[in-house]
Design a protein around this ligand. Structure first.
Ligand code: SF4
Length: 300
């Protein structure tokens, strides 16, 4: 900033530090998905993903360095949680991915999902502040309706989102609708079980009027039988929701495998017969480990 005097610039250097997030590496998938490794001021590394589709340009961002929740099917769960991201780091990720969207596709970012590394509701204050920066006119001016926060199910914080009457969308990573099975793949279920989740999601809906999304990774011979589809239907009927069935992405730390397309279609048909809203989400960026559950700083 040469428009400031040299003395003032020296004082600024002495007293302030700019801890900007920097792009460390970028990888582009065959399907156009771009995975970005970001370097933080303390040398920690996190990942974010740009997902281009015909109708959307979505940024998937991280909320923590690593994750403490150890979901058995997720690569991030195998990294220890180092720290929370602060609001500015969350905002920086979005800005940098938005720039990549314009640079690579000449299309502005349209959506943001908090589905990268970490559990956003265990970094509640920073995620809320980060969303505030993203949605403010002097920030990115993005509509909260284009933002989705995804949680493994921290019931106390889901209720708090309701109390704060947030305008963004909420997704729950469910993956099993039977307590024994869910606890076996998601230890968080031991303290935030299905009954508590139904109560919290209904509370959230009552306060905000927003329908939540249930995310369900379909894992071969783990949660993809008829019985499990019926359990999911029973759970889903108790909350105002839509269901996203997600093709599972295998990771090298675990032996889970993806279900076949036929099995996923059959699973979806059972839910549709129960008059539920179901979408099947095909995996993106699998060849560069950028798909759901695959973020693990492999290119560090
Ligand atoms: S799925 Fe989400 S909450 Fe579970 S370990 Fe991975 S990042 Fe953490």
């Amino acid at each position: 900033m040469t428009n400031l005097s040299k003395a003032l610039r020296e004082k600024l250097i002495e007293r302030f530090e700019i801890k900007a997030v920097k792009i460390l590496t970028q990888q582009k998938s065959k399907d156009g998905t771009i995975k970005v490794a970001f370097k933080l001021w303390d040398d920690n590394i996190i990942e974010g993903v740009l997902i281009p589709t015909a109708s959307r340009m979505t940024a998937c961002v991280s909320s923590q360095v690593g994750c403490s929740l150890s979901c058995a099917f997720c690569a991030t769960g195998f990294l220890e949680r180092q720290r929370n991201l602060d609001a500015a780091e969350i905002y920086d990720q979005v800005v940098l991915i938005a720039q990549l969207a314009v640079k690579n596709y000449n299309i502005p970012l349209s959506n943001i999902v908090f589905m990268g590394m970490g559990e956003p509701l265990l970094n509640y204050a920073n995620v809320m502040k980060g969303i505030d920066y993203i949605t403010k006119p002097e920030g990115l001016g993005m509509s909260p309706q284009r933002i989705t926060v995804s949680t493994a199910g921290i019931t106390k914080m889901i209720k708090r989102l309701g109390d704060e009457n947030v305008k963004f969308n909420l997704a729950l990573s469910l993956h099993a609708a039977n307590d024994v099975r869910r606890s076996s793949i998601m230890p968080i279920n031991d303290t935030n079980n299905l009954e508590m989740l139904v109560e919290a999601l209904n509370y959230f809906h009552e306060k905000t009027g927003t329908r939540v999304t249930l995310e369900y990774c379909v894992i071969n011979d783990t949660n993809d039988h008829e019985q499990e589809a019926l359990e999911l239907a029973q759970f889903a009927k108790r909350v105002k929701c839509k269901i996203n069935l997600i093709e599972y992405n295998p990771i090298e730390m675990a032996t889970f495998k993806a279900s076949s397309s036929e099995k996923i279609e059959k699973f979806a048909a059972i839910l549709e017969q129960q008059k539920l809203i179901v979408n099947i989400r095909r995996s993106r960026g699998k060849d560069i480990d950028a798909a759901c559950g695959q973020l693990a700083n492999k290119n560090k």
